[in-house]
Write a protein that binds this ligand. Structure first.
Ligand code: NAP
Ligand code: ZN
Ligand code: ZN
Length: 347
């Protein structure tokens, strides 16, 4: 067993505090990774506070993990000691259902094993990346290029793939108009990818203070969602809207911004449902779809794409001791645009 230092939530109402536990020794197909950086996703807050129900405590959050391999099992083929490696939102899945076989393990019919707040096949709770090391089957481990700054790569493992995957799925390309709703961790990656795929991108934000940043990220236009006049002008405008908002809001308002056959992709998970009135869909044959992170193959494709096109996340590096304050700041919409924990502060 491997002694591991971490920060954990002991209940949905308590702050994260230091927590020591043991990881399994690496099996034949496992790699052991010394974690260097871990991004802070809004899903960490939802789950720590049990906003989705069924949270398991103690909970060590963190699913945007990058580090270096310190040990490999006897049958590991694709990694060696010293390699950079990444771990995203899941560490296992059934491997035999149609979704696993087609490389979309995130939709595993038998339930993927979450990197944290999940259970391994033997029932052991999983603990995430706010910790000094992790042991993962090589099949669920990503290769990380040494071309990009590691702290800025970490958020690609969730915020990156969650926005890359659906933009690819709906075929975003040059000549299309894409609206990104919500400029946070996911939203800022969505802007970078949509611009990189050649679309004309509008940032739809509730924060006027983010206008200059949106433009710096590459957005061609900025629209303040509380400005009724601006919103009216954008009626029937977009081919695609990628909705990343974490707080309750009306989907109907934004469906109206889609042109005929337009699609709203929902990736944000507000704690309360929103109504979807039939008329907002049928009058322009609009669709609304959801999307969950991405499979291992596509995550690797995204990481390679980012290395090739020099795409990384905009981050504020924090020490683990600042994590509770970072959560409060995210809830106050005060993050530009991803907190990343320097895991050296845990050692
Ligand atoms: P985040 O960094 O906190 O960003 C959320 C954004 O929502 C904010 O930056 C803000 O943008 C906007 N917002 C609008 N109204 C708000 C309000 N009342 N309070 C706070 N923010 C408000 O969060 P994130 O990490 O990008 O995650 C976004 C959501 O996606 C979360 O619900 C998360 O759980 C979910 N998620 C889903 C997946 C998936 O696979 N589907 C993966 C990862 C995360 P503006 O200031 O521009 O309005
Ligand atoms: Zn996440
Ligand atoms: Zn499966």
């Amino acid at each position: 067993m491997i002694a591991t230092k971490a920060y954990a939530a002991q209940s949905k109402t308590t702050p994260l505090t230091p927590f020591d536990f043991s990881r399994r020794a690496p099996g034949a197909h496992d790699v052991q990774i010394e974690i260097l950086y871990c991004g802070v996703c809004h899903s960490d807050i939802h789950q720590v506070r049990d906003e989705w129900g069924g949270s398991i405590y103690p909970m060590v959050p963190g699913h945007e993990i990058v580090g270096r391999i310190t040990k490999v099992g006897d049958h590991v083929k694709n990694f060696k000691v010293g390699d950079l490696a990444g771990v995203g939102c899941f560490v296992d899945s059934c491997r035999v259902c149609p979704n696993c076989l087609s490389g979309e393990e995130q939709y595993c019919d038998n339930g993927m094993v979450g990197t944290y707040n999940g259970r391994e096949k033997d029932g052991t709770p999983t603990y995430g990346g706010y910790s000094t090391q992790i042991v993962v089957d090589e099949k669920y481990t990503l290769k990380i290029s040494d071309k990009l700054p590691l702290h800025a790569v970490a958020p690609l493992l969730c915020a990156g793939i969650t926005t890359y995957s659906p933009l690819k799925h709906v075929g975003v390309k040059k000549g299309q108009r894409v609206g990104v709703l919500g400029l946070g961790g996911l939203g800022h990656m969505a802007v970078k990818f949509a611009v990189s795929f050649g679309a004309e991108v509008t940032m739809l934000s509730s924060s006027i203070s983010k206008e200059a940043d949106a433009k710096k990220l590459g957005a061609h236009h900025f629209a303040l969602t509380s400005d009724a006049e601006t919103m009216k002008k954008l009626n029937n405008h977009f081919d695609v809207i990628l909705n990343t908002v974490s707080a309750p809001h009306e989907y109907a308002t934004y469906l109206d911004l889609l042109r005929t056959n337009g699609t709203m992709i929902v990736v944000g998970v507000p704690p309360k449902p929103s109504e979807v009135p039939a008329f907002n869909l049928i009058m322009k044959r609009r669709s609304i779809i959801g999307s969950l992170i991405g499979g291992i193959r596509e995550t690797q494709e995204m990481l390679d794409y980012c290395a090739e096109h020099n795409i990384v996340s905009e981050v504020e590096v924090i020490n683990i001791q600042q994590i509770n304050e970072a959560y409060e700041r995210m809830l106050k919409n005060d993050v530009r645009y991803r907190f990343v924990i320097d895991i050296a502060s845990l050692k």
